[in-house]
Write a protein that binds this ligand. Structure first.
Ligand SMILES: Nc1nc2c(ncn2[C@@H]2O[C@H](COP(=O)(O)OP(=O)(O)OP(=O)(O)O)[C@@H](O)[C@H]2O)c(=O)[nH]1
Ligand SMILES: [Mg+2]
Length: 350
């Protein structure tokens, strides 16, 4: 493995490639050189795989998709020049699978036009992802259609991250992967080799050598379809993604209908609550008004009582006054009587 360099082709158009110029779509590849594409979901270790041969590959972290456009990395393996094509991973955190397939398809179309044949494809998969669900299944299906039946024999399915699992578990997952028809079983039947990327540069070299030894340059089904003038969405691989998108669209629409139903029910409940709230506020307002009226009434009756009491008091005062007058009169009469009695005493006849 000697002189290495990469040729980024970030300027590649993602649509209608023939209408745009591309700075350096592919290096000057000779008939004895080998071109190997490395594909798979995002984060499976594609750039890491290439970095075992060239220091030009940019490895990402576990959280975000790293490789955003196709780049070509040149390495010399067993005295042979090998061009390793790093591809953006499917199931990207920021781009759709259709967008990524477009980018790969444009590159494949251009290399086909330039009469460059792939020596093979390394399709990487993390061994801990034994359940290839959702986007993984779609990607696998799309990959199968991208290669076509004859292209599959030039594919190595390689599992990465063996250090992330105990060996017995990793081996059990590998068995499940390679035998389940909906996983790799069907691909293996069509001639895909299954190898382990479990030993860094050593196992990576083993995988590349396996492809080089096949000496079976391949034209992929997608390349043939596009050469026949099909648009990407009319190709089998594009059709898989289109069907997936349509299924997703239907699922979204169904979910939307359910959500809209829930929204309608909630809106009706809210309207009923608002009516009840308004009625309660009306009642409370009426209660408050009644209370004010009652208290006014109470105020009134208190004034009446006070007036009555005043009258009674006045009556009593009158009575007291007349009693006092009577008393004074009585006192005066008494005094008068006493005086007169004294006189009478004095006049008593002996
Ligand atoms: N433990 C372990 N980590 C690995 C292995 N291979 C890759 N990684 C780590 O996985 C992360 C993603 O690796 P990349 O090589 O960037 O993955 P990629 O497939 O190129 O990802 P995209 O460019 O986003 O499509 C990095 O942190 C790597 O260090 C492996 O075999 N074992
Ligand atoms: Mg990468």
């Amino acid at each position: 493995m000697g002189q290495n360099h990469s040729t980024p082709i970030g300027a590649l158009p993602t649509e209608n490639s023939s209408a745009q110029s591309v700075e350096t779509p592919v290096p000057n590849i000779g008939p004895d050189d080998a071109v190997i594409a490395v594909m798979g979901l995002t984060g499976v270790g594609k750039s890491t795989f290439i970095s075992h041969f060239c220091d030009t590959a940019v490895v990402g972290n576990d959280l975000e998709s790293c490789t955003t456009s196709i780049s070509i990395h040149t390495a010399t393996i067993d005295s042979q020049t090998v061009y390793l094509i790093d591809t953006p991973g499917f199931d990207d955190t920021t781009r759709t699978d259709t967008d990524i397939l477009k980018e790969i398809a444009v590159w494949l179309e251009r290399s086909y036009d330039a009469d460059i044949k792939l020596a093979g494809i390394v399709y990487l998969h993390r061994i801990q992802d034994n359940r290839v669900g959702g986007s993984g299944t779609t990607n696998l299906h799309m990959f199968r259609e991208l290669c076509g039946a004859s292209g599959l024999s030039s594919v190595v399915l390689a599992t990465t991250m063996w250090d992330a699992l105990p060996l017995d578990k990793a081996e059990a997952r590998e068995r499940e992967l390679t035998t389940a028809p909906e996983l790799w079983g069907g691909l293996v039947e069509h001639g895909c080799a299954v190898l382990r990327q479990d030993g860094g540069a050593e196992s990576a070299a083993r995988i590349v050598r396996h492809i080089l030894e096949q000496r079976r340059p391949v034209t992929l089904q997608l390349q043939e379809e596009m050469a026949d003038g099909l648009a990407l969405h009319e190709t089998a691989a594009g059709g898989v993604l289109k069907a997936e998108l349509e299924a997703q669209q239907r699922a979204y629409e169904e979910k939307m209908a359910v959500l809209e139903g829930q929204l309608g029910r909630l809106a009706a409940e809210l309207a009923a609550l608002q009516v009840a709230q308004a009625a309660r506020e009306d009642r409370e307002r009426e209660d408050r008004e009644r209370e004010v009226r009652d208290s006014e009434k109470r105020e009134l009756s208190r004034e009446e009582v006070i007036g009555r009491l005043r009258l009674e008091l006045d009556g009593l005062r009158g009575e007291v006054e007349s009693t006092r007058l009577k008393q004074e009169r009585t006192d005066a009469e008494y005094r008068d009587f006493t005086t007169r009695r004294g006189k009478w005493d004095w006049c008593t006849v002996m």
